[in-house]
Design a protein around this ligand. Structure first.
Ligand SMILES: [Zn+2]
Length: 469
């Protein structure tokens, strides 16, 4: 009985395709009825990402991504990547992709595809999201597989999945060592799929995902038909046979893997967009952060703050946040803090702050000072008139000590840009207070205070580790 088996996750499908226009709701109803609890709705362009987000909005178990398929990278790649950034900062996506390299169709020259792929990897790292990678090579060549290995290895700490895997065991091993899951689609069930079955045998089930890539590549016995998320069960069954595991084993383990990678909740509950401590209301703009502070619970996959469970798969949108705040004057202040770095959601941050001010509320921003590094532009002047107090986690008196406790996911130096941002914020007329956490090895609180007050000319406040900022 299907209902007694653990649920499945279809880790890759394209449900916005027009081949679903006639019966999309039936497809989704079947998916749930047949035990496919969740599906990643993968974008192939920035425009398509908006469609994916709209499809997933308000529907349980569907999660959108944003990315540009290697076959769809336009000639004006910079403009497309700019649009990608803007969409990404709007929030609400569980992965960056699909991206990757396709030397088989080569609609776009390899160098341009690589430029786009690297950009996706960087943004995935910064936003603490997984990257979804497509690889297709010319007949008899391994160039695309090799180049993907090189590019993901250029980005230590990157997480992701190689989707619809068609390579050999050796390349799969290389990608797994770089932190990637390997995902298998319906080709696993094809009579001519022996090379894919060989690769699947070589990948531990703990590092394996299953997917449909619907509407393409329907597995046997549905081969030749339009594919849909329900059919992922056939691929899971084939994988069980290959691995000498039960169908339940494969479902349980691949679902756990997918939930880990995409940070999907097991239950359809999302942490609140706001939470209250004392009489301040904290706005959880994002769980993502570009820094990996050793003392931060989220670095250790812990999403609880003072009894509030803040884990959520999708960042909240403007409407959800203001509905949760309701009346800004009911609180001493509205604090943009969340768990991650609020300036990753710069546009939403500004929108909500303006809304709070219009209604007579006060605002504070807690930040790591990486807003310019993240947004690639001078951001401090944009916050004037919107944010009443900026609290920056200085955290150390010098770069070396800072990097020891607060390494950045994408920059070898997070300290210098932070100081530059504090100076810019102060110069723009913002009220800035620097903080540091007492008790960390090598952190000299008196020196931090001197740096803040004497050198930077801003305020200072010492914090203890368990105290909410
Ligand atoms: Zn795809």
């Amino acid at each position: 009985m299907v209902t007694e088996l653990p649920p499945l996750v279809d880790s890759h499908c394209h449900l916005t395709w027009d081949s679903f226009d006639e019966d999309r709701d039936d497809v989704l109803a079947r998916m749930r009825a047949e035990g496919v609890a969740q599906a990643i709705v993968v974008a192939t362009s920035v425009e398509n990402a908006a469609q994916c987000a709209a499809l997933c909005e308000g529907r349980e178990g569907l999660y959108p991504t944003v990315g540009i398929h290697p076959n769809d990278v336009p000639e004006d790649v910079e403009a497309a990547l700019q649009a990608l950034d803007e969409a990404l900062y709007g929030g609400g996506f569980v992965a960056v992709g699909e991206t990757g390299l396709d030397y088989y169709r080569d609609n776009t020259v390899a160098e341009v595809q690589q430029r786009s792929f690297r950009h996706h990897c960087l943004r995935a790292l910064e936003n603490d999201l997984p990257v979804i990678v497509h690889i297709r090579d010319r007949e008899g060549s391994w160039q695309a597989f090799d180049d993907v290995g090189d590019i993901i290895e250029e980005h230590p700490g990157l997480r992701g999945v190689i989707h619809c895997y068609t390579g050999d065991p050796a390349h799969a091993t290389r990608y797994r060592a770089a932190g990637f899951y390997i995902s298998f689609a319906g080709i696993l069930t094809f009579p001519k799929g022996e090379n894919v079955r060989e690769a699947a045998r070589s990948v531990p089930i703990e590092e394996t995902l299953v997917e449909t890539d619907a509407p393409f590549l329907a597995p046997v016995p549905k081969r030749g038909k339009r594919n849909e998320p329900t059919f992922v069960a056939h691929t899971a069954r084939a994988l069980a046979e290959l691995k000498g595991l039960s169908e339940a084993d494969v479902r349980r383990i691949t679902t756990r893997n997918a939930r880990r990678l995409f940070r999907l909740p097991a239950e359809e509950t999302a942490g609140p967009p706001t939470y209250r401590i004392r009489n301040s209301l904290y706005v959880n703009l994002t769980n993502a952060c570009d820094a990996r502070c050793t003392f931060c619970p989220r670095t250790h996959d812990d999403f609880e703050v003072k009894g509030h469970d803040l884990r959520r798969a999708k960042d909240p949108r403007f409407e959800e946040i203001v509905a949760a705040i309701e009346d800004p004057t009911a609180y001493d202040e509205i604090v943009f803090c969340g768990f991650g770095e609020p300036t990753l959601r710069m546009e939403t941050l500004k929108q909500v702050a303006a809304w709070v001010h219009e209604r007579g509320g006060r605002t504070r921003l807690n930040t790591n000072g990486h807003a310019d590094l993240i947004n690639r532009r001078p951001t401090a002047p944009e916050l004037v008139g919107l944010i009443d107090v900026v609290s920056v986690s200085l955290n150390a008196q010098d770069r070396e000590t800072f990097e020891r406790h607060c390494p950045s996911a994408f920059s070898p130096d997070g300290f210098t840009p932070m100081l530059a941002w504090i100076r810019a914020a102060h110069a723009a007329g913002l009220v800035v207070v620097c903080t540091a956490v007492g008790g960390l090895e090598g952190v000299d609180m008196a020196a931090c205070q001197r740096l803040a007050e004497d050198e930077l000319g801003v305020g200072w406040r010492a914090r203890t580790l368990s105290e909410v900022g």
